[in-house]
Design a binder for this molecule. Sequence first.
Ligand code: IMP
Length: 195
Amino acid sequence: MKIIAATNNANKVREICEIFTPLGFDVVPQASAGIEIEVEETGDTFKKNALIKARAVAMLTDDYVIADDSGLCVEVLGGRPGVMSARYAGEGATDKEKINKLLGELDGVEDRSAKFCCCIAMIFPDGRELTAEGEVKGRILKEPRGENGFGYDPVFFSDELSKTFAEATNEEKNSVSHRGRALAAMYERMKNENK
Ligand code: IMP
């Protein structure tokens, strides 16, 4: 089954493919399907933003559409950067700049508890909409560690893996990550939907 991934983020596409391709889905990035739009994320929750992105692409295709909205929520910052994770250090900032801003805000802070959250939205060709959420707990290290992954991965120490997401292999990260969990929950919902 062909699914258009409503994102221009190559790392998200890779992780969605790693999990959904073995389940028998043909995941096609929106750009490869000729859909070149950048959607404004105006929602104040991951779910609202995932649906905004999925609906915008679903208007332009008759295929299934999948979208991801995700981010890092730091407890002592009241859940920030949250839905603003991509734009936390300004529009177009690099991952390094985002990490440096975060480490600056947490300078001298003892409680570094955090979680990654993800909402996956799926829109069927007949217009049905499904959403599924996932999260993973951990803490923010004082310095980056590891070379894999993207975004905040080098400073996110996963309680379950006992290493940062940037030190983990793709398989290890996918097995516990917010995105891996949201995609697994979505797969279950889709199976129930098609019963
Ligand atoms: P958005 O979903 O397009 O709003 O972007 C989410 C942002 O959260 C990304 O640009 C990353 O900075 C961050 N993020 C989301 N998921 C991950 C992840 O798995 N690892 C590291 N950073 C992530």
